[in-house]
Design a protein around this ligand. Structure first.
Ligand SMILES: NC(=O)c1ccc[n+]([C@@H]2O[C@H](COP(=O)([O-])OP(=O)(O)OC[C@H]3O[C@@H](n4cnc5c(N)ncnc54)[C@H](O)[C@@H]3O)[C@@H](O)[C@H]2O)c1
Ligand SMILES: [Fe+2]
Length: 383
């Protein structure tokens, strides 16, 4: 068949204060006993209580599971699932970054399924349905609130993805007030992650399509125009809203035109050194774009025209713009500066070959020797 398939969430609720209206959303979905899945940091900064109270105004029972850890492991998913079963919850809210939302997605499926967690890994392996699911992002990054994917850490250094349209929530809530207190390093890294989603969706080799293109372009416009502003003026609600919407649009884009070599090479860095997802993407982005330049030049130049500054009409100007953005945000600009041992690079290149699901989307083929060359270039950096 020629043509393409485009899936997204049935409902987006966008607005300041939208998260506190959660009770209304529970009524809409017929949820009586709700579990809110989140992490301890969000409890500490006071973002969870208004959502809990909003839900409690309409639900018979609300439980908060706040033990999600960054890059959540299978044991965190199973712990959340057993609490959900003990509480007989009939609906799930994921409140937080990608880590909390991904745990919420996984348990919403497992709660109604005979399948075990490892049975779900891969593409379209989910056999049944799921509990009603609402996702509320508090980082402007992963776009998990609109993607059919949950990423779980399966071993000491490995991650696996569950990819199925069943994971798309019933409702995604885009409320920028939740992101006002985002620490600057998290703002910087997650913002870059969202930009990488837009760039990789726009150059996605197999499933690039006009709807994803439109979303990626608007996402990159919003994200690049506002990233510096949210770092210098963290309380600028208009800029925060643009970043959160940009991340969601980028998520809708890459949900249908999947990400490629930047993410494939970033995953081993996350696995081996517990590097945050956005940082590992930032470290690989310049090297991969230079590697892709010959094949993706036209697409990169179309995106370059959307940047808030004139970067000229060559790919190098486009790549350098992102390098400067990453450096100005105070993030490390090379794998050496991020303390990755040089002797580990061959092992990382071998590991990256496990990510064929992503590598097939890259506009230029990446074999193990190309992966090693990319890690070497990223280790040196250019700044
Ligand atoms: N499902 C997908 O489509 C998808 C896509 C990309 C990445 N991921 C996964 O998402 C995870 C990363 O998610 P992330 O980058 O959003 O980070 P995260 O969820 O791990 O959160 C990072 C930290 O930021 C804090 N935080 C979040 N929001 C905050 C706020 N508003 N105020 C104060 N602190 C806040 C959290 O407490 C946490 O300590 C990884 O596991 C990655 O593999 C999933
Ligand atoms: Fe990502």
């Amino acid at each position: 068949m020629t043509g393409y398939r485009f899936n997204t969430v049935p409902e987006l609720r966008v607005g300041l204060g939208a998260a506190a209206q959660i009770g209304e959303l529970c009524v809409q979905l017929g949820v009586r006993r709700l579990m809110v899945v989140t992490d301890p940091g969000l409890v500490d900064v006071g973002l969870v209580e208004p959502v809990r109270a909003g839900a409690a105004s309409q639900c018979e029972h609300v439980t908060v599971f706040s033990a999600v850890t960054a890059d959540p492991s299978e044991s965190v998913v199973l712990e959340a699932l057993s609490e959900l079963e003990a509480d007989r919850s009939d609906g799930v809210v994921g409140l937080g970054g990608g880590s909390s939302m991904d745990v919420a997605k996984a348990i919403a499926v497992l709660a109604t399924s005979k399948q075990k967690l490892p049975d779900l890994y891969g593409v379209d392996k989910v056999a049944g349905s799921r509990l009603p699911l609402i996702l509320i992002p508090t980082t402007a990054g992963t776009g998990s609130e609109v993607t059919p994917v949950a990423v779980i850490t399966t071993g000491k250094t490995t991650k696996a993805g569950i990819s199925s349209p069943v994971l798309l929530p019933d409702i995604a809530v885009i409320d920028a007030e939740l992101t006002l207190g985002l620490p600057s390093h998290v703002t910087a890294m997650t913002g870059i992650d969202a930009m990488v989603h837009a760039i990789e969706a726009y150059t996605s080799f197999i499933k690039k399509n006009p709807l994803s293109d439109m979303l990626a372009r608007q996402a990159l416009t919003l994200l690049t125009a506002n990233q510096r502003r949210v770092l210098s003026h963290p309380k600028d609600l208009r800029a925060r809203e643009a970043m959160l919407l940009g991340a969601a649009l980028a998520g809708q884009a890459f949900a249908n035109a999947p990400v490629a070599a930047v993410h494939a090479l970033a995953y081993p860095l996350g696995g081996h050194y517990h590097m945050p997802h956005g940082l590992s993407n930032a470290l690989m982005l310049p090297a991969v774009m230079r590697f892709n330049a010959a094949a993706a030049e036209a697409h990169y130049l179309e995106l370059a025209a959307l940047l808030p500054d004139d970067v000229g009409a060559d790919v190098e100007g486009f790549v350098s713009w992102f390098e400067l953005l990453i450096a100005d945000a105070g993030l490390p600009t090379s794998l050496s500066a991020a303390a990755v041992p040089k002797e580990d690079l061959p092992m990382l290149a071998a590991d990256a070959m496990q990510q064929q699901r992503l590598l097939v989307n890259n506009p230029v083929e990446v074999d193990e020797s190309a992966a090693l060359a990319l890690y070497s270039a990223a280790w040196e950096g250019t700044r």
